[in-house]
Write a protein that binds this ligand. Sequence first.
Ligand code: SF4
Length: 611
Amino acid sequence: MKGWSGKLLRVDLTRGKCVVEEYPAELAMRFIGGRGFAIKILWNELPPGTDPLSPENLLILAAGPLTGYPIPSSGKLVIASKSPLTGGYGDGNVGTRAAVQLRRCSLDAVIIKGKAPKPSYLLIEDGRCEVRDAGDLWGLDAFKAEDRLLEEHGREAGVLLIGPSGENRVLISTIVSQRGRAGGRPGMGAVMGSKNLKAIVFRGGKEPEAADPGRLRELGREAYRAITEKPNYEFWRRQGTMATIEWCQENSTLPTYNFREGVFDEADGISGTTMEKMVVKQRGCPHCNMICGNIIEDAKGVESELDYENVAMLGSNIGVGDLREVAVLNRMCDELGLDTISTGSAIGFAMEAAERGLLDIDITWGDYKGAKRLLEDIAYRRGEIGGLLSLGVREAAERLGDGAPDFAIHVKGLECSAYDCHLCPGMALSFGTSPIGAHHKDAWVISWEISSGRRAEYIPEKADKVIEFQRIRGGMFECLVTCRLPWIELGFELDWYPRFLEAAAGVSMSLEELLALGDRVYALIRAFWVREYGGRWSRRMDYPPRRWFEEPLTRGPLKGSHLDYDGYDRLLQAYYDKRGWDERGIPTRETFKRLGLEAEARELEGFVELH
Ligand code: SF4
């Protein structure tokens, strides 16, 4: 098998044992890699009802058949687990040398279970794997710990690690790499911390073999050139995702004051244009010529890598309009291992709770110093309020009561990423049906929705568009494990990907076949959620936050706008119908059969009746 190494590494931290094993070719053919591998492994191997922070939970790192080859934006891997934040399927992708080095170790995936008896890290080198003592790394921030590991194992090593928040099992912790790359929003850092695992270091010496190396090299060269020739390339290189601040402000979708509003008076202070004047350098993921990490320095010369999501959530969403201050908060999150989106949401939630007299804390909108203190309190679970917010906004709101769930901005327990949807029903559906909770990764339809001229409407075409994007972004890209941004931002054509796959793996699949793969992966992820939630599962799980329906915008050109319950419900039903899911949002028996998931359907029938 070319393209795939055909091997995965199993690590049992409790026993200190590592085993390399071959996996069946059928797994590669039916689930491709990345997210596809992760959900299939979780479905098969994780006992239903497992406590996500127990040793029994699995932490999975999975590359895809394009990872690590010299083709655009292929330096990524998927991190997945049962989420301690949502209780369902959780994953994220991260662009990192670790992805490239994993493949240079002749591995496609790593499955980690158990719990090390003391703080440890994993050293994976070619065919060897060793559990090492991490006593002197535990407690260090993610930057310092990575520096130490690189000093010891060489600068070319790939490192995934957690900061203190992951060690403290803060449920909004991610896994970090290369000073600012992070992935696994739904608490993957807490899962790693619960296993006493500080870091994973990869060092490999063997390039992944390709079916047709000459053709792959040639395609790669052509593809890199095609990207640089795209009309938007130069602008993208200047601003990356940061141009979105101005676009969201113009369109009243910039999350402001805990998603109460879609416009922010100080948006200019945190915009891409402002950032352009401050950038000192840029950083990107391996094998990428789009290099979208823009780095600015704070007043003390400390660097911070910015992108749209973290600036909006740690800026307008909490009322901070100074980009250098946002940069400090962002850097703190990266060092401590906190997810920037969820942290911005938790701080915004706390500011609003304080304003309403529900939380006894001295903090107001735009209070940068208060936000800094709170951020540290969350990472170290310090005090009652730090401890409460470390659970994420859903749980914090439920514990607070007194109307707090009305302004906890999440879907299925995952805090919403940075798009206000008071007047974007299609994007609200995207958040509602995302397979990990409210994240924009799978179906970023907001740009299409606004430019369609039918923004306020609840038309079935919006459900179609969400599914189309989920198949491309959440299915194909997450399974091949390459970055979606060349396609969505620059219009790099999708038909490159079947060609890459053929040259890398010798497998001929049409684009439609690759996209259809996403349907299988989505159905299995949905089955996983239903299995884990059992009788608690309902159609309401696919609803966006109450605020967008019940509290209209009070400012800006869209003042008075809000979502409509009946309209959203119709849209959701159109989505279910198109996917072949029943009125509860569960794939029907027929759909499971069509997708070749009969065995999984039979297992699911032990938990819920299928229609
Ligand atoms: S476009 Fe940005 S996120 Fe995507 S691979 Fe390149 S540097 Fe990484």
